[in-house]
Ligand binder design. Structure first.
Ligand code: SF4
Length: 117
């Protein structure tokens, strides 16, 4: 199987072609660095995405605080992760870098605050 991708690992956006079957990658071409190779292999075998959203704050200055995942999570689990995040809330004060939800859905990613509140 052959798949054409645009690398999103940096703003250059190199066009990459991956030849693979199932989880076996035969070739990656078009990338100009190793990050592109890694991106392409992950994208066809187990695509992941970083999560950036917000969580409700109880008693804070603002009603929500921005959060992000400490590492990308499987793309197939994004919807379920968002359900957990949308149901969560945190008591003020919130500190930047604070872990709001550890190891969300056993993905290994923590949901962490990216601002104070
Ligand atoms: S292959 Fe390398 S240089 Fe090209 S977009 Fe990806 S990260 Fe950037």
């Amino acid at each position: 199987m052959k798949r054409d991708l645009i690398c999103v690992a940096c703003p250059l956006g190199c066009p990459i072609t991956v030849e693979y079957e199932g989880t076996e990658v035969f070739s990656v071409t078009g990338n100009t660095c190793k990050r592109g190779d890694a991106y392409a292999r992950t994208e066809v075998v187990n695509p992941t995405r970083s999560l950036a959203t917000s969580v409700k704050v109880n008693g804070g200055v603002h009603p929500v605080v921005p959060v992000r995942s400490s590492q990308p999570v499987p793309k197939s689990m994004m919807f379920d992760c968002m359900k957990v995040i949308n149901a969560a809330s945190v008591d003020a004060p919130v500190r930047i870098g604070q872990v709001i939800i550890p190891n969300i859905l056993d993905t290994g990613a923590d949901i962490i605050a990216t601002n104070n509140d």
